[in-house]
Design a protein around this ligand. Structure first.
Ligand code: SF4
Length: 346
């Protein structure tokens, strides 16, 4: 991190990605304009917008598991879609494997699509109910024209089904999603994401809709697939214990901004930002004597249409002081590889 960036009032890029860089985003922003009625348009000069992601920067290393965590409404999912260009950024830059892909047309993006995949939260909705498993998994192969014959398609589908332990694969090829359990469906979604051997995957809360009893095995499967395919993954989760278990680094988001970013151990065991500290304190632990409660963060997350001035967390922060309402804290490196956006450290 150079000092020029460190002093900047805009979010700084974090260059501690492990194993070389696969993805880098710089000052990424996604504002959704709000629809207004006729009278509102006449009366208000300022265009209101939902500030879903606001000046976010980070990089992702080759083979890295990077978790995005925070409450719902923090902008995690929007950020995951932005980096894949599934939604268009309002401003900022996205570099994939060193190439600026921010302005590429969908046609220009097509060859890169095989390298970038997404696994959605809900396997009940993300798999087309009218398609058989073979076609669901084979679709990316067909779109990219990467299999010459029908035999090759079937062989590759069977191979990836075996990898995700949906076995014997022959028994599942001609079934529909509703004939599978929730866990099997998410395994199929993982198979579909990995059939093209991508170098980068976004997994958006991939186990939150599954029964608690099978979450660990699906998470472990994903980690195995990431390692086996030497891929990098952005793992979106509100579950900090899970994020710590699997991720190399964690970024904590609040109201569209990164509040803290560091190694999983730093973020979970030595959190510096008051928001992260509150999130950690709210994680339930199985000790009836524990003082940890779920009510550690008081109040509701404010509206992303009109976020608080200065620090966005100030309306819920026990350490808020005058400066917090007037000055937005930049994300700065307070220890090596540990970035925090809070005036307590500047
Ligand atoms: Fe709290 Fe102020 Fe730090 Fe924001 S900048 S987290 S309000 S102390």
């Amino acid at each position: 991190m150079n000092s020029e960036r460190k002093d900047s009032q805009i979010e700084s890029s974090t260059d501690t990605a492990v194993g070389g860089e696969v993805l880098r985003v710089e000052n990424l922003r996604k504002w959704y304009p709000l629809r207004k009625g006729f009278m509102e348009t006449l009366l208000s000069k300022v265009e209101a917008s939902v500030k879903a992601v606001d000046l976010v920067s980070f990089s992702l290393g080759k083979g890295e598991i990077f978790a995005l965590a925070g409450e719902s409404g923090s902008g995690k999912t929007t950020l995951g879609k932005l980096v894949l260009r599934l939604v268009e950024p309002t401003s900022g830059k996205i570099f994939f494997q060193g190439k600026d892909i921010t302005e590429l047309s969908q046609r220009e993006l097509k060859p890169l699509r095989r390298e970038m995949q997404i696994i959605f939260q809900d396997p009940f909705e993300s798999l087309n109910p009218r398609m058989i498993i073979k076609e669901i998994i084979a679709e990316p192969l067909r779109v990219q024209h990467l299999a010459k014959t029908e035999e090759e398609v079937e062989e590759r589908v069977k191979q990836v089904l075996t990898e995700v332990e949906v076995v014997p694969p022959e028994e599942f090829l001609y079934r529909f999603p509703h004939e599978l359990s929730g866990g099997q469906r998410q395994r199929v979604a993982v198979a579909r994401a990995f059939i093209l051997n991508p170098s980068f995957v976004v997994a958006d809360e991939p186990v939150s809709m599954l029964d608690v009893s099978i979450r660990a095995e699906i998470v472990n499967l994903m980690v195995d697939m990431v390692r086996k395919h030497s891929a990098s993954i952005i793992f979106i989760s509100h579950d900090l214990a899970l994020a710590k278990h699997i991720a190399d680094r964690i970024a904590i988001m609040y109201l569209g901004k990164v509040m803290e970013l560091s190694t999983s151990e730093n973020v979970v065991d030595l959190p510096l930002h008051p928001y992260t500290q509150a999130l950690i304190a709210a994680v339930p632990i199985p000790d009836p004597e524990s003082k940890r409660t779920k009510d550690v963060i008081s109040g509701e997350i404010p509206s992303p249409v009109n976020p608080p001035s200065g620090c966005r967390f100030r309306t819920r922060c026990p350490y808020a002081h005058e400066r917090c309402s007037t000055e937005e804290p930049p994300l700065v490196e307070v220890e090596k590889g540990h970035f925090v956006a809070c005036h307590l450290y500047t």
